[in-house]
Design a protein around this ligand. Structure first.
Ligand code: COA
Length: 203
């Protein structure tokens, strides 16, 4: 019987579990969370703290928004031999040649177009789009309804906020937060927080 352990019994975790269930490749899904108050996540029970996943015979997936925490836990799972899958909602549209590395979740309604490469532990959230020839480095999050035009590169740990857009042929460097609704029209070369139209650095 194939089991999936998900670390992070949050709303995001609930969405990840729904994708895994719809993909039909797991007979059992259980959660792990360090917050003892979380005993249930949707229809699924919380079987223990994050470290307890290592005592279960299961595949593992980290459903935590914080990119550094996501990376730390995924790397620990990989080091200890836990298989980390790619999860793609059946209602996402992903071109055939797209490369997607382990630990990435592609949510419902998302579109990833040809030639794109998506790193480890990324989130392409609900109805986000990643157009042709984009490169998402590891642990990037493209939020709900955000859009990347063609040939956009996004650096490691960068979070593109809800409804933000990045115009074509641009690069957004690592460790950036691009705020809700921002419009990026120039390369972002310095890590930080960017908001507005056009996007400007505030932190
Ligand atoms: C950009 C963001 C991270 C900044 O949060 P923060 O660091 O707490 O910053 P603050 O709320 O203190 O705002 C600082 C200033 O920037 C402005 N600002 C913040 N977010 C903004 C945005 N998205 N667009 C325009 N201005 C914004 C604030 O109005 C404030 O302006 P002021 O100094 O003139 O009052 C946050 O506002 C944001 O946009 N988060 C997106 C979250 C998201 O995408 N969630 C989706 C998950 S799927």
């Amino acid at each position: 019987m194939k089991k999936l352990g998900i670390i992070g019994a949050s709303g995001h975790g609930k969405v990840v579990a729904d994708i895994a269930k719809k993909m039909g490749c797991y007979q059992e899904i259980v959660f792990f969370d360090d917050n003892a108050d979380r005993v249930q996540c949707g229809d699924y029970s919380v079987a223990g703290k994050s470290q307890d996943i290592f005592h279960f015979e299961c595949d593992g997936f980290v459903a935590i928004g914080n990119a550094l925490v996501r990376q730390r836990l995924q790397e620990e799972m990989e080091k200890r031999g836990i298989h980390v899958p790619v999860l793609i909602h059946p209602a996402a549209v992903v071109a055939e040649d797209v490369q997607i590395l382990p630990g990435t979740a592609i949510m419902a309604g998302a579109v990833v177009n040809p030639g794109s490469v998506i790193g480890k532990g990324c989130i392409v959230n609900t109805c986000a789009s990643v157009d042709h020839d984009c490169k998402l480095n590891d642990y990037v999050h493209i939020s709900v309804g955000a859009h990347l035009a063609g040939t956009v590169a996004v650096g490691e740990h960068t979070w593109i906020g809800i409804g933000a857009v990045v115009s074509n042929n641009l690069a957004v460097c690592e460790n950036c937060m691009v705020g809700a609704g921002a419009v990026v029209i120039n390369d972002i070369k310095e890590s930080g927080t960017y908001v507005g139209v056009p996007a400007r650095k505030i932190k």
